[in-house]
Design a protein around this ligand. Sequence first.
Ligand SMILES: [Zn+2]
Length: 237
Amino acid sequence: MRYQSSGKMMVLIFLLALFSVLGAQQAKDQARKFTQQKKTTEDPWFRQEFFSEQMRAQREVLSPSCKHFLEQVEKEITYYPVPESSVDPSLTVSYENGWMAERKYKDTHAHEGTDLMAARQESGIYPVISITNGTVTNIGWLEKGGYRVGITSDSGTYYYYAHLESYANLKKGDSIRAGQLLGYMGDSGYGPEGTTGQFAVHLHLGIYSYENGKENSVNPYYVLRFLENKKLKYAYS
Ligand SMILES: [Zn+2]
């Protein structure tokens, strides 16, 4: 009897071990399917960590649509959006990784972009240039964005520059080269057309993917980090 029951126990242990191995294998297969087939550019991790060094190094785990979007952006981003001043080195900008931080205007919403804050809090001083080649697809006032310019790059990615003080000589449909002046940094927005002074002078940058026909914002922070050593110099003070 004792021998038999320990034999049964052995069989039971063997079966348990077998099932856990099979289970682990199945979970692994599912994880692989998830990364290769299911993940889209809507994935919160993809949007938050977009263009980080880690993502760029491990791009093989990305789904085809995520990888495609990453590589389009990699190919087209050329210049940091705020040139350095060749005249006054104190005219710097700074930014933090504020993806999805809380913002309040009328209601509370999550911040879908990166704010480049002006060291000198004065509208109309800092030039804002296009990061990429593309086309002007939106220009004009938005209640939240103030005077904004939207550039659609050749890959179909949308680059959104908001809260400007004024525009360069641009109109909808114009072709834009990377490095071309779009306007000047300001503090416009959060009200009817012409509202200013509701927050600090800064450039709000947004980046939007249209993979699979769906609009999704991604975090511009790591794109900006990448462009840190691609700053143009303009003479302004
Ligand atoms: Zn912002």
